[in-house]
Design a protein around this ligand. Structure first.
Ligand code: ADP
Ligand code: ZN
Ligand code: MG
Length: 498
């Protein structure tokens, strides 16, 4: 029988700041998957002797946007420090970071889980610089000794010196679900603030969870392991889950958890030791002598605070209140600013339609069309106004729901308006009850056997008969009127003693 443990988890997140130039030099920030390797490098970011770093003001502004949005206390004066270690991805031999006096501390982030909302405390937010990128190439050749190309490593310094923001939480999370929710909330926030590309595949946001477990009810922390560099939400959640199970099994067996750094192997679904406590680096931090303290102008900070957009969590609450949406719908619609803007534009364009109905169309039909084509909302050929017009045609009964979906797909592929498609294809819904009565009559006449079984008590046949009428009407009949008319005519038969 396994004991009951409480997982305790804190996250370190590294986010690349989407500035035009690097953190301490004028080199452009380029897409490292596209640009020629080492094409955006100067003596400063290549770590040549005698060069001097200069702080990128835009990076500080972006960092402050995040820190203020996380409701942190901003340090009037913070310090850069050298974090020393020797590795070829870092030509200087040290990374400029912030250590004892970070830019901001004591913030909070609201996350959404199936248990509701929860606040995770933020320990610190600080500025640093990214490292270069190493590509390890295995030994290759055709087998003959002269042809062997030994294993080697390629270095690309385009990423060296790109501004990085590190955001560290308190160990306030207790499940993989909470960790996933935190990472998503932070991702969404960074995108709203327009400080990060959000492109996790390209490493724009890297997540490192620290995980420990303790007997349920205990107040002291267990020994933690840190998992390095996760860059998908799914991988993050799976890695945390695995680590909770691994540590629980160790304690169940009477063993101890060793403090270490672990790596996640996605295709095997496991974490493995990378570095034990004994091998932990001594970074020999000391204040960066080439940079003065980062002293902030109070008025500038106030200005940045005033310029923040409506943040995801506020927008989510407003959507729930103003549009009467569920927490789930509101979350889906506010995760990305573009989606929220699109939704609000559609709602504004269709004042006669309940906002909840518009939410359903966007989260259902529209998202599925976007998914099928791999398009983003920004590329969507259907404008919010055009979508609103279509939805109104459905809710007002001009076309039925099934036709509405077909028309939307057509709008999506041709870019035409709903009105134009309906007119050119003759799709207007038939609600005229005398026309429908005629169709029902015809169907009943053509299917005497089914009608007989219905009258003999197999009432389920009514659904089949309904289908036949809809088919005869090419899907365009108002289903409610068809149902009413069918019921009326069948009842009449019963009453007439058929
Ligand atoms: P570092 O990893 O650089 O030593 P910290 O000691 O500040 O940095 O901790 C990093 C992260 O680990 C923080 O998010 C913190 O909340 C979390 N953390 C610290 N102790 C524990 C623990 N016992 N269990 C789980 N997480 C922890
Ligand atoms: Zn440079
Ligand atoms: Mg750490």
């Amino acid at each position: 029988m396994s004991n009951i443990y409480e997982p305790v988890i804190g996250l370190e997140v590294h986010a690349e700041l989407a500035t035009r130039s690097k953190m301490f030099c004028a080199c452009p920030v380029v897409d490292t998957t596209q640009a020629e390797p080492n094409s955006a490098v100067c003596p400063v970011c290549a770590g040549m002797p005698g060069v001097l770093p200069v702080v990128n003001q835009k990076a500080v502004e972006f960092a402050l946007r995040v820190a203020l949005a996380l409701a942190c206390e901003i340090a009037p004066s913070s310090l850069f420090a050298r974090k020393n270690y020797f590795y070829p991805d870092l030509p200087k031999g040290y990374q400029i970071s912030q250590y004892e006096n970070p830019l901001a501390v004591n913030g909070r982030l609201t996350i959404l889980t199936s248990q509701g909302e929860k606040v995770v405390r933020i320990r610190r937010v600080h500025l640093e610089e990214d490292t270069g990128k190493l590509t390890h190439i295995a030994e290759s050749g055709n087998g003959s000794i002269n042809e062997i190309r030994p294993a080697h490593t390629l270095i690309d310094l385009n990423r060296a010196g790109v501004p990085l923001l590190e955001i560290v939480s308190e160990p306030d999370m207790h499940s993989a679900e909470e960790v996933g929710a935190y990472a998503r909330a932070l991702h969404s926030l960074l995108r709203y603030l327009k400080v990060n590309s959000g492109d996790m595949q390209k490493g724009a946001m890297r997540i490192e969870p620290n995980i420990s477990i303790r007997p349920a009810g205990s107040q002291t922390f267990g020994t933690r392991c840190e998992i390095k560099n996760l860059n998908t939400f799914r991988g993050l959640e799976r890695a945390v889950d695995f680590e909770i199970r691994r540590q629980s099994a160790l304690l169940d067996e009477g063993k101890v958890v060793e403090q270490e750094t672990r790596g996640w192997i996605d295709d095997q679904g496991i974490t493995v030791t990378q570095r034990s406590k004994e091998e932990a680096h001594d970074y020999r931090y000391f204040p960066e002598p080439d940079l003065p303290p980062l002293v902030l102008d109070r008025a500038w900070v106030e200005e940045i605070l005033a310029s923040l957009p409506e943040l995801p969590i506020s927008r989510l609450h407003r959507f729930q209140e103003q549009y009467k949406l569920s927490a789930y719908d509101a979350e889906v619609l506010t995760a990305e600013q573009e989606t929220a803007d699109y939704y609000e534009a559609a709602v504004a364009a269709a004042p006669q339609v309940a906002p909840k109905v518009i939410a359903n169309w966007i989260c259902g039909e529209l998202f599925s069309l976007l998914n099928q084509t791999g398009m983003t909302l920004a590329e969507c050929p259907v404008t919010p106004r055009a979508l609103a017009a279509l939805i109104f045609l459905v809710t007002s009964g001009e076309i039925n729901l099934g036709t509405g979906k077909v028309v939307l797909a057509e709008m999506f592929h041709s870019g035409q308006s709903a009105e134009a498609i309906i007119a050119s294809r003759g799709l207007r819904q038939i609600s005229d009850s005398s026309a429908i009565a005629g169709m029902v009559q015809q169907v009943l006449k053509n299917n005497p056997e089914q009608v007989q079984s219905y009258l003999a008590g197999k009432t389920g046949i009514a659904q089949w008969l309904f289908g036949q009428v809809m088919k005869a009407a090419k899907g365009q009949a108002n289903p409610q009127v068809v149902r009413q008319e069918l019921e009326k005519q069948l009842n009449a038969m019963i009453n007439n003693g058929y």
